[in-house]
Design a protein around this ligand. Structure first.
Ligand code: F6R
Length: 359
């Protein structure tokens, strides 16, 4: 049950630090070494390209997987929407390996792809929160998130769980391939940092409620911007806001603003700017300034090393490869409190189902 929580979503947001620590427990040997099933590792090593296929929030977690696998394991990775991929199978590499990300393990769009890919004889891995699910059973390999049941329709702990597990698998594969970048990265340590940083944000709930009320209570639209993994977090934060509060929200690559989107900015248009990656912070900050100069209402969320006095919210420093583990927490809580402020049933948004078993 949800205990003293008004909604499952808030309970599941709160569980995320525990999910991070549990992943480390399940997938490392206690000395920071990633442990994966031998057969899976052998199959992954053969791959010349990874195809991550998913839907919705899991697709957004997949996007974060691309730089993780490319950087740590040195393997080109593409991320596809299951509902598109199923009908337009692209030209595949010689030794493709498929990773299906699905909280429920029941998403029909993914199953359609899985069936086609198996018929072609390519290896498949399902990463899921439900070990007894269809996609878990039908893929060659399965890794579980161990996040505990996710009840709220809006996915939270499965998203961060998927990113955490992608980091572990990418490092495990990189080490197995002798990749230097993987040796320099410490996924277990990063997930520990993530757990602590998430808790620090969760502890600021009341402030995030105030910010949500100020930014979103009466707005019809909202934007999230960022670059790289901050962009991927923007997409997911916007989805959280739209699906449970019915605010039309979009995530944009900050650099694309000047190529069209900035014309949407009016007086008091709410814009959340993610400024966590040191490499891109200055550029995104100047985009935020341009928006503010046009009357937009800007909320700046920065990492500790990049923060200035104008930033309303600071997240702890963490490797930018996994920064959405932290930056998404305010995105989740802003969506949650906007839904609460508007009096909606947070756990059961209109028109949506927890697992989408039709194409
Ligand atoms: C968003 C949400 C959906 C799911 C999507 C995929 O909060 O819940 O977008 O992420 O339907 O579901 P799974 O991960 O079960 O395949």
């Amino acid at each position: 049950g949800k205990g003293t929580y008004p909604f499952f979503m808030l309970k599941e947001i709160d569980e995320q630090p525990v999910v991070m620590r549990r992943l480390v427990e399940k997938y490392t040997d206690g000395h920071g070494n990633v442990v994966l099933p031998e057969a899976l590792l052998a199959a992954l090593k053969q791959a010349d390209r990874l195809y991550i296929v998913a839907a919705g929030t899991s697709y957004h977690a997949g996007l974060v997987g691309k730089p993780l696998f490319e950087t740590l394991a040195g393997v080109p990775t593409e991320v596809d929407l299951a509902s598109e991929f199923g009908y337009h199978i692209p030209l595949l590499s010689k030794h493709p390996f498929f990773i299906f990300l699905s909280q429920s393990g029941e998403t029909a769009d993914i199953r359609q792809v899985l069936v086609k890919i198996k018929a072609l004889g390519h290896p498949t891995l399902t990463i899921t929160n439900v070990g007894s699910s269809t996609l878990a059973r039908e893929a060659d390999y399965c890794l579980e998130l161990h996040a505990g049941p996710e009840i709220a329709v809006a996915s939270t702990k499965a998203y961060t769980g998927q990113i955490g597990l992608e980091a572990l698998v990418a490092q495990g594969l990189g080490i197995a391939k002798g990749n230097q970048k993987a040796a320099e990265f410490d996924a277990a340590h990063q997930l520990g940092l993530a757990a602590a940083g998430q808790q620090a944000l969760i502890d600021q709930k009341d402030r995030l409620h105030e910010i949500a009320t100020d930014m979103f209570k009466t707005t019809r639209n909202a934007f999230y911007i960022g670059r790289g993994t901050d962009y991927y977090a923007s997409l997911e934060a916007a989805l959280k806001l739209k699906e449970i509060s019915y605010v039309q929200a979009e995530g944009f690559a900050a650099g694309e603003l000047k190529h069209g989107t900035i014309s949407l900015i009016e007086k008091d248009t709410p814009v959340v700017a993610y400024i966590s990656d040191p490499v891109t912070a200055a550029h995104t900050r100047s985009n935020a300034d341009e928006i503010a100069a046009r009357g937009g209402k800007v909320l700046r969320i920065a990492s500790a090393s990049q923060a200035t006095d104008e930033d309303q919210l600071v997240v702890n420093d963490i490797d930018p490869l996994v920064s959405p583990l932290l930056t998404i927490i305010p995105g989740q809580l802003l969506g949650y409190y906007t839904s609460v402020d508007r009096g909606y049933d947070v756990d059961k948004p209109r028109n949506l189902a927890k697992s989408v078993t039709v194409e």
